[in-house]
Every structure is written in structure tokens, then in C-alpha cells.
Design a protein around this ligand. Structure first.
Ligand code: PHB
Length: 400
């Protein structure tokens, strides 16, 4: 009995002195909620986003403070379904107590989540959704992906040097409207003429009648934005099948239409398609070669890392940075201040940073052309058409 009492006293002293408690004090798990599309439109791309985040975590075990872990809680928003995304964000915050949110392929979902993250003060690091105005919807949003203005505006300037008459075809929602407006503005300013514009449904559009009308108009170029993935693959197929390519119409657009992940499925029709974008898996810069090598080692060569993978990889880099800087204790306002000054000179896409005034990504834009190399269709970067490009929509609409 005496022995038992001594053991109890010793154990209590041990705990009071902090020895026994040391593991629970030092071990912190930061819960990060990741919302993406695992079913519905782009259901194939959500898993790629997750794979890139988990690969980052696996490759950077020493980049968190000692005893600090990240737990990624993934949820399926089932495509562009804003109510679902909003509900998932609420559940992740209230029930699962996540301290950070990330992911999200589709603009309407990010828009629906904005008031939720503002009210709960949960920093939301956007890995994909690209409509320019998203970051203005909440002070708790920062974006590491891209805006459609960043690619489509320089594309318009470049295109006017090569083509006189252009047609635009975009998905009828935020990123499509942005791509259309940005391209049109720059193309016209540089002397080009828009001979037709059409907006198509986001989900399950039948491209044939639209493409037939484009063909009948005989433009020099057709600028397209549709969501990367199966929609872009359908446009590409229609472009070939309806004879637009054979008729000499040049297909151009932001790089969503020649997503690296789908290029080999698209095949020959994609050859020669010219795009402006921030990421190609064929880019030869060392940081990209290292990224692609790590990806192939983990996931093989069949599934190619695309811009969504890189947006996700960089999101996790930004998340690790805010955790490190705060030594594992997440304060929402401090996190946003840190994100405003986030920089990475070695992203696979080149140097990136966050513009502190807008919380939006600053990055290079590359002119690329689809070519066949070593049996694969790839976006070959031809030139850098913009260095450290801020979102042009915000730049042009600045109130001085
Ligand atoms: C978006 O909804 O913002 C979005 C979706 C797919 C893309 C680009 C942007 O390829």
C-alpha cells in the first residue's frame, strides 16, 4: 500500500513538473480543411490536388516546428455546387475545428465560402478558383493559384500581333467572363477585331452548334476558356471533328484548354495550340524538374502533374510557412499578415509571391505551344510574356 502511495505521489510530481505532460504540450496538430471536387465536373482533378498536397507534406517533414503536425481533412464539393461547398466549410469549421481552409477548384464555391470564412475568421488559401474578384470577397482569403486576367490579357496583346479577327467562346460564369473581357480588351487595344463572342453552359455543353457557327464566321483565331479537364477535352475534339483546325482557324486560350494532365488524351488535334499560362509540366527550370521527379516517383508517369497540382503544392508551402512563422500557434489575423508577405523564389512555376495589397498571386506568364516530344504531347514554354504579373483586373481598376 505504502509502495502504491509512493508511486502515485511520484507520478503526480512528475506530471506537475511537466515531464509527463510534456508530450501533450509540445505535440500540436493543425487541422487543415481541404475542399475539392472528387465527383461531378472535374471529379478527376480533385484527387490530383490532394495528391500534390500530400506529396508536399511527405517531402517536407522537417519544415514544421518540432512536435507540430498537419492533419488534412478532405471533402468532396461534387463540382461547381456553391451550397455544398458552403455547408462543407461550415462543418469543417464548427464540427472539425479546422484552423485553415484550402483547395477549391470552382469559383462559385469559393464565392459561397467567403462570408463563412469572414465570420469565423478562418484563413482560406485558394489553390485553384481563378475569377479575379474572389479575393475582394473576404479579408481572410489569399490566393496562390492564378487569375484568368493574368493569362488572357497578355494573350490578347500577343494575339493581335498575329491575327486580325478573333472569336471568343467561354463558359458562362465568373472565370469565363473574365477570360472574355481580358482577352477582348487587350486584343482590341492592340488593333484586333472581335468578330463573334459566345458563352456556353458550364456543365455538359454541346459544343457542336457553337463551333459550327464559329467555323462559318471564318475567324483567324478562336479564343476559348472552359474549365480544364473533360470540358476542355470536349472542345478540342469538336474543334478537330468539325473541321475548324483543317479550315485554318487557330485555337488559342489560357492554358486551361491544354491541361498537361489531359494532353495525351487530346492527341494530335492539340498540336500547335498556343496558350498563355503560368505552369507546364514540361518546363525545364530546376525547381520544376525536381517537382516532376518527386511526383513521378510517388505516383508514376501515367498521371501528369498539372497547374492544379502546382497550385496545391504551393498552397501547402504557404501553409507550412504560416505555421512555422507562428511556431505552431495559428492566429487568424497574424496568418493573413504573413500570407500577404509570402514569397517563394523556387516554385515549380518560377518565382511567386502574394501582393500584400490584394492578397492575390504574383507570378510569371509564359507563351506556350503544344508539341510532341518523346511520344508525349507537351506545352513547350516559348517565351516569358510577363514577369511578376499582378492580377491585371485589379491593376486596371485601382482607385487612386
Ligand atoms: C474556376 O471555376 O475558377 C475555374 C475552374 C476550372 C479552371 C479554371 C478556373 O480550369
Amino acid at each position: 500500500m505504502q509502495l502504491y502511495r509512493n508511486i502515485v505521489i511520484a507520478a503526480a510530481a512528475f506530471a506537475v513538473l511537466g515531464f509527463g505532460a510534456s508530450s501533450s504540450v509540445a505535440d500540436t496538430t493543425i487541422k487543415v480543411g481541404m475542399i475539392s471536387s472528387y465527383s461531378g465536373l472535374n471529379g478527376e482533378i480533385g484527387p490530383v490536388m490532394e495528391k500534390a498536397m500530400r506529396l508536399y507534406m511527405k517531402e517536407h517533414p522537417k519544415d514544421l516546428p518540432p512536435g507540430v503536425k498537419v492533419e488534412l481533412l478532405t471533402r468532396d464539393d461534387t463540382g461547381p455546387v456553391p451550397d455544398k461547398a458552403k455547408q462543407l466549410a461550415q462543418d469543417l469549421i464548427v464540427r472539425d475545428k479546422v484552423q485553415l481552409l484550402t483547395g477549391v477548384i470552382f469559383t462559385p464555391n469559393a464565392m459561397a465560402m467567403a462570408p463563412v470564412v469572414t465570420q469565423a475568421k478562418v484563413p482560406f488559401i485558394i489553390s485553384n478558383a481563378g475569377t479575379a474578384s474572389i479575393t475582394t470577397k473576404s479579408p481572410y482569403i489569399a490566393r496562390v493559384s492564378f487569375t484568368l486576367w493574368q493569362s488572357s490579357y497578355p494573350l490578347g496583346t500577343w494575339a493581335a500581333k498575329h491575327y486580325k479577327r478573333a472569336y471568343t467562346m467561354v463558359s458562362d460564369y465568373g472565370p469565363g467572363w473574365d477570360a472574355e473581357e481580358a482577352f477582348t480588351k487587350a486584343f482590341k487595344a492592340a488593333g484586333g477585331e472581335i468578330v463573334g463572342s459566345v458563352r456556353v453552359p458550364v456543365v455538359n455543353p454541346d459544343f457542336a452548334p457553337f463551333l459550327q457557327r464559329v467555323k462559318d464566321t471564318k475567324p483567324d483565331a478562336l479564343m476559348v476558356f472552359v474549365p480544364a479537364g473533360t470540358t476542355a477535352t470536349a472542345v478540342m475534339k469538336g474543334f478537330g471533328d468539325l473541321g475548324l483546325k483543317a479550315a485554318g482557324v487557330k485555337l488559342i486560350g489560357p492554358g486551361d484548354i491544354t491541361d498537361d494532365m489531359y494532353l495525351d488524351t487530346m492527341g494530335d488535334v492539340a498540336l500547335g495550340v498556343t496558350t498563355v499560362f503560368h505552369y507546364s509540366d514540361a518546363a525545364t527550370r530546376p525547381a520544376n524538374k525536381a517537382f516532376v521527379a518527386a511526383w513521378r516517383k510517388a505516383y508514376g508517369t501515367e498521371l501528369r502533374p498539372n497547374f492544379v497540382a502546382v497550385g496545391a503544392w504551393d498552397s501547402m508551402d504557404a501553409i507550412y510557412y504560416v505555421i512555422r512563422e507562428q511556431k505552431g500557434k495559428i492566429d487568424p489575423d497574424k496568418t493573413m499578415d504573413l500570407l500577404k508577405h509570402y514569397k517563394n523564389a523556387n516554385s515549380p512555376r518560377g518565382p511567386i509571391s502574394i501582393d500584400p495589397d490584394t492578397r492575390d498571386i504574383v507570378q510569371n506568364e509564359y507563351l506556350r505551344e503544344v508539341k510532341k516530344e518523346n511520344g508525349h504531347y507537351v506545352n513547350v514554354e516559348l517565351e516569358t510574356v510577363g514577369t511578376a504579373v499582378k492580377d491585371p483586373w485589379k491593376e486596371l481598376n485601382k482607385t487612386k
